[in-house]
Design a protein around this ligand. Structure first.
Ligand code: DX5
Ligand code: ZN
Length: 214
């Protein structure tokens, strides 16, 4: 199982050192939460931070915004990191006001990976019409907006449904994953997990990352 570190939980007053230390702790990718204060009740960062993340590792950019199309277009023009290493994840709840099919096709034509995230309270069959178009599904195991929330184990039941429709799709979990809750995830068919507060609050990061992998 691959492990991504959610930069939202990093120490922004010491960002370079904090990310460098995480980079050398065995994580597989960076996860970057883009929030606009509308789609979720919180606001995060933009290109100024993303362009400083050590892009030696792949970037997974998770959009929790009202208008992902306009922000994606802004990003594609202004990202200075190697774009080929990016995966863009949008929320299925953005439809129908956002044309997700058009957006997914745009991201794919730019040569990036693309995934869809689904909130804990959303019906899993919202994904049906997109499942064959995307590389991954990110199942939210907390309500999006903040790090440090409790893992919602009920979302795990979405996994079998998604895999029954398309067995080779990558499935990830985002939110509340730590050395305790990872046990619930291990018994399931999960390809990657995202962890923020657990990894960044640890002062033994190599051990923290390996506790999520074993
Ligand atoms: C929640 C974000 C998550 C969050 C994970 O809205 O999408 O990526 O940063 O943080 P933890 O692991 O602390 O729940
Ligand atoms: Zn996220």
């Amino acid at each position: 199982m691959l492990v991504g570190a959610s930069v939202l939980s990093a120490d922004f007053s010491n960002l370079k050192n904090d990310l460098d230390s995480m980079l050398h702790s065995g994580i597989d990718f960076w996860h970057l939460d883009i929030m606009d204060g509308y789609f979720v009740p919180n606001f995060t960062f933009g290109l100024d931070i993303i362009n400083h993340v050590p892009s030696i590792l792949p970037l997974q950019i998770h959009f929790m915004v009202q208008d992902p199309t306009i922000i994606y277009k802004l990003f594609r023009e202004n990202l200075t990191i190697k774009l080929a290493k990016c995966e863009f994840i949008f929320h299925v709840e953005n439809a129908p006001s956002v044309n997700l099919i058009e957006l997914i096709n745009l991201v794919k034509s730019d040569g990036h990976k693309v995934g869809l995230a689904i909130n804990p309270s959303s019906m899993v069959n919202l994904l049906d019409e997109y499942i064959h178009m995307v590389d991954s599904i990110l199942i939210m195991s907390v309500n999006p907006g903040f790090s440090g929330q409790k893992f919602i184990s009920g979302v795990l039941s979405k996994i079998d449904y998604i895999k029954s429709i398309r067995n080779d799709i990558k499935i990830g979990l985002d939110g509340g994953v730590n050395n305790q809750t990872v046990g619930l995830v291990n018994s399931k068919n999960v390809d990657f997990i995202v962890s923020g507060s657990y990894l960044f609050s640890s002062n033994k990061r190599l051990e923290a990352v390996s506790s999520l992998k074993s």
